[in-house]
Design a protein around this ligand. Structure first.
Ligand code: ADP
Length: 363
């Protein structure tokens, strides 16, 4: 038990003196009555009484305050994370008050965090239900129409089944995206880091999305010709997913006849920065801070028409953060957007390693 000689102990000193005076007078009186009073003996006894009284009061008060506090905290069931150690208890009211204030501040922050999480959880569940409802109702509509007789009509039957299947695809797409985010967030997913040529990876993604781009007459270009391989270190498959999501978005939200330009630049000595720039519809500033949140869409109806779930950028952010890298966005409405992300730069293609994927903050 810590003995504390701070100012608030002054009352113990005061009571020690009072108690010592009373006991000295009492013992002197008693000795006088029985005829054994001795002044020298009393002079020796008084300091002893002083020390004994001080220690008894000090320990007694500590124990008393400790018991009171223990009772108080167990009463409000808050002891589980504010461990009350005997050593911490003192009659110094200043330090007691600051302890309790610190405890209350911690609890307040905890409650606020829980409230935000609860709101987030409610929003998330609401969004999942909302996103699933539309394709499910559409599928149900087609099935009911088929059951009501359209099944007999060969042409209608095929068309309706195809449309129902398209909505099943949409559902699967949402579920897969959610699954990807959950795995990235949970930290179970591992990054399979390899050294790869980022220029080649982007060229592959261009090939993959060429047909989609050509439907809107959008050109997929590099800012210049790259003759040398540009070695990067990361999970190539996941970086490819990032590139697909960003380039696909530049096509989805790009204007007819527009361009998507990709640049790979040296950011620092050990980092690349990959910039994906389009001259499409752009995004106004107020949307930018929330753009990477799950299910966040600038134009809900427009994005849904494009087949978007609002999860693409959230996946991008999770993958980039898992690599310990950064993602940036700059955009001007009617002018276009630029999404850029950093990547570890490396000199040769010999090293290969696997590191654990760390969970990142929810958006
Ligand atoms: P979605 O599946 O809706 O495309 P994302 O998470 O990929 O979801 O994107 C979120 C929103 O950000 C989109 O709904 C769109 O409004 C906006 N957005 C993303 N990329 C671009 C872009 N290149 N140009 C304009 N808006 C974009």
């Amino acid at each position: 038990m810590g003995v504390n000689f701070r100012n608030s102990n002054s009352f113990i000193v005061r009571y020690t003196i009072i108690l010592t005076l009373i006991s000295t007078v009492f013992i002197s009186g008693l000795l006088y009555v029985i005829g054994g009073f001795n002044a020298a003996y009393m002079l020796l006894l008084t300091p002893l009484l002083l020390i004994t009284n001080f220690l008894v009061l000090r320990i007694g008060v500590d124990k008393y305050v400790f018991k009171l506090l223990q009772h108080l905290y167990s009463e409000v069931s808050l002891l589980e994370d504010f461990e009350l150690k005997e050593g911490r208890v003192s009659t110094d009211l200043k330090s007691l008050t600051s302890d309790i204030e610190e405890f209350a501040r911690g609890k307040k922050i905890e409650i606020e965090t829980l409230k935000i999480r609860e709101e987030y959880r409610k929003d998330f569940l609401g969004n999942v239900a909302h996103e699933m409802k539309t394709p499910l109702f559409t599928i149900q509509g087609y099935i009911l129409t088929l059951l009501d007789g359209a099944l007999q009509d060969k042409k209608v039957r095929k068309r309706y089944l195809e449309r129902a299947n398209k909505n099943v695809d949409r559902l699967l797409h949402i579920v897969n995206d959610l699954d990807t985010i959950t795995r990235l967030e949970s930290g179970y997913e591992k990054l399979n880091r390899t050294v790869f040529d980022i220029h080649k990876l982007i060229s592959n993604v261009f090939e993959m999305l060429e047909l989609k781009a050509s439907k809107k007459d959008i050109k997929l270009l590099f800012d210049k010709s790259y003759s040398e391989p540009l070695w990067a270190n990361g999970d190539a498959e996941k970086v490819e997913q990032v590139l697909i999501n960003l380039i696909e978005n530049s096509i989805k939200y790009g204007d007819q006849g527009g361009t998507t330009e990709v640049a790979i630049e040296k950011f620092t000595k050990h980092k690349w920065i990959v910039r994906i720039t389009d001259n499409g519809q752009g995004i106004s500033e107020e949307h930018l801070p929330r753009l990477f949140e799950r299910f966040y869409r600038v134009d809900r109806s427009g994005s849904r028409k494009q087949g978007g779930s609002g999860l693409g950028l959230s996946i991008v952010k999770h993958i980039i953060e898992a690599h310990g890298e950064r993602i940036y966005v700059e955009s001007t409405p009617e002018i276009g957007s630029e999404f850029s992300f950093t990547l570890q730069k490396t000199e040769n293609n010999s090293s290969k390693s696997t590191i654990e994927l760390k969970a990142s903050s929810p958006e």
